[in-house]
Design a binder for this molecule. Sequence first.
Ligand code: ATP
Ligand code: MG
Length: 245
Amino acid sequence: MNAFAIEHVSKSYILEGAERPVLKDINLQVGHNEIVAIVGASGCGKSTLLRLVVGLDADYRGTISWGNHDRTSASKVGMVFQDHRLYPWLTVQGNVDLAFDNTRLSAAERRDRTSHYLQLVGLADYAKAYPRQLSGGMAQRAAIARALAQEPEVLLMDEPFGALDSILRMRLQDELLSIWEKNKVSIIIVTHDVEEALYLADRVLVMEPNPGRIRDVVEVDLPRPRDRSDPAIAELKRRCLATLV
Ligand SMILES: Nc1ncnc2c1ncn2[C@@H]1O[C@H](COP(=O)(O)OP(=O)(O)OP(=O)(O)O)[C@@H](O)[C@H]1O
Ligand SMILES: [Mg+2]
């Protein structure tokens, strides 16, 4: 059974009165506990696709169907946006705590979970800070904590590690994998970094622009934990880059 399936999805925006196709005939089935990475040129529709999946935009053709749960139960789908979208009037802690609205967790459980996930992303000392007091990478980590705290069944991440230095990036990649192993979550991660995609994902979709289409699907059939310098990864990277460039 799939976590969800995208079938023949196409999407256009109207720009200056003219229809501009952005996504064309996207097909993707994501299994339970599968990690799918999406790479592709800027503007090829990656963020648009995630917006459709999470339900922020219903104006598309085709179908997006869910396996064993209803998308409208929002707590099951977590999203990390490309821009962090923290609420500026709430502290870091307050932003993460929002994940528990509409849950039955007690105040103490909310506090525990919030501090657990802030610890995980290295922001325990910034629980009381406001988003404007954070660097770009810290804000992004707070947004990751907020999404993880929901303990979603499907996690959609739009360049979640883009603003982080390479050491932190690698650490959070490993944290993400360990959360994935524990929680059996399905993940779609959009990234500009082909190595990141190949390190994390079971499948890498390579998209091409104008209109956005899936150009290649690269299976990454390598056991985890993966060796970042594995020649097999280098080979797959060559294939992805050849398609991208
Ligand atoms: N609200 C909108 N109205 C009109 N056009 C839009 C809108 N949002 C996105 N677009 C257009 O859709 C295309 C795809 O945008 P999208 O943000 O999905 O790309 P992306 O692949 O995420 O790019 P990046 O890697 O730069 O984040 C772009 O050409 C963009 O101009
Ligand atoms: Mg984008």
